[in-house]
Design a protein around this ligand. Structure first.
Ligand SMILES: Cc1cc2nc3c(=O)[nH]c(=O)nc-3n(C[C@H](O)[C@H](O)[C@H](O)COP(=O)(O)O)c2cc1C
Length: 344
């Protein structure tokens, strides 16, 4: 494995970044850090066993940050202390989840309307003395009116790492990212900043790092579509030719994902439905007309699904074609629905 000169991270994604997916990505070139799906913090909340396994069985032995979402100070302190006895690289506070059900309770992205509450939460989390306190934030709720004051609060706190998703909460997942805000965060914060939001290709990662001066790059959806992206970034950093997966490699990834997500008691139809969540992203690079997406969304069984994958990935005339680094233009991006039962 080539050492990168600046770090990459796999963005936390509810229902995606469980241990099996982290391991599938790890087998294709790990990022430098992982983040767990969020741990919902409220009275009597417990850390989900699946999240615990992603903490204990760190893919590739890489550091894993445990992400918390909540606003109750006593409960946040309790869970942060609990995490101290676990092998986490640090505790990350979610200041970005845009699901109305979440922000209406003033947690996740909702906290971006209340800078003083953020200050209180950061003070309390620091009391738990985590190995590293980190924050993953958007640039504001509906606009950036509190962005600088929140950065000021973070700068005065014990926070040692900030990931900035370059959109507002209201901007969801498809609005134009504002990387200028990320550059502003770099100028104001004394700690390292990771840039996040629509980094589609390894070349984007290098360019955006150069343009904004961030410490590193965090990638979410494009790592589902292209799990080799962290390896490719490392290769670009080293001035090497990047690995170009073929459609046959893509098929291998899909098979690995299916095997990894399989559990003893999961019904085939449920597993196929879960696979489609991943394939909705993967399909953005399979064919420019979106025919693969159309076909795979209709599959109900494993056999139907893999017949379609064979058709688009391993037929003799396709298997050795390069898999596109970029998503094709004009294909509808998947809607992000899941986050505490609402949209994330
Ligand atoms: C399916 C899905 C689930 C997500 N869940 C979380 C989460 O649990 N915590 C979080 O901070 N962000 C979550 N996000 C946001 C991502 O971490 C990331 O900030 C966002 O997708 C933008 O980065 P990208 O363009 O590289 O995907 C989620 C995103 C997606 C697509």
């Amino acid at each position: 494995m080539i050492a990168g000169d600046w770090p990459t991270a796999l963005a936390p994604m509810q229902d995606v970044t469980s241990l099996p997916f982290m391991q599938v990505v790890g087998r294709r070139g790990s990022p430098d850090f992982f983040f767990t799906e969020f741990i919902r913090v409220h009275a009597h909340s417990r850390i989900d066993p699946d999240i615990l396994s992603s903490i204990y069985d760190k893919p590739d032995g890489r550091p894993v940050f445990a992400q918390l979402i909540g606003e109750n100070l006593d409960e946040l302190l309790r869970v942060a202390k609990e995490l101290k006895s676990l092998p986490v690289a640090g505790v990350d506070l979610n200041l970005g989840c845009p699901a109305p059900r979440v922000y209406k309770k003033n947690v996740g992205g909702g906290l971006l309307r209340d800078p003083e509450k953020i200050r209180e939460i950061l003070e309390v989390l620091a009391e738990a003395e985590p190995s590293l306190l980190s924050v993953k934030m958007r640039i504001g709720f509906e606009d950036d009116r509190f962005f600088e004051s929140i950065l000021g609060i973070i700068a005065e706190s014990e926070v040692g790492l900030v990931s900035v998703h370059a959109r507002t909460v209201k901007g969801g997942y498809q609005s134009e990212p504002s990387y200028l805000h990320v550059a502003k965060a770099v100028g104001i914060l004394p700690c390292p900043v990771l840039l996040n939001g629509s980094v589609d290709t390894p070349h984007d990662a290098l360019r955006l790092r150069e343009e904004t001066g961030v410490h590193g790059i965090m990638i979410g959806r494009s790592a589902i579509r292209n799990p080799w992206i962290f390896r490719q970034i490392r290769e670009l950093q080293a001035g090497l030719q990047i690995f170009r997966p073929k459609m046959g490699d893509l098929h291998g990834y899909v098979e690995d994902l299916y095997r990894s997500l399989d559990k003893p008691n999961i019904e085939e139809t449920r597993l196929v439905a879960r696979m489609k969540k991943f394939l909705n992203y993967i399909g953005l690079s399979v064919d420019c007309e979106g025919s693969f997406l159309y076909a795979m969304r209709r599959a109900k069984t494993r056999s139907e699904l893999f017949t379609i994958c064979h058709e688009y990935m391993t037929k003799p005339e396709i298997v050795d074609e390069n898999f596109s680094l970029e998503p094709f233009d004009g294909l509808t991006r998947p809607k992000v629905k899941k986050c505490l039962g609402g949209s994330s």
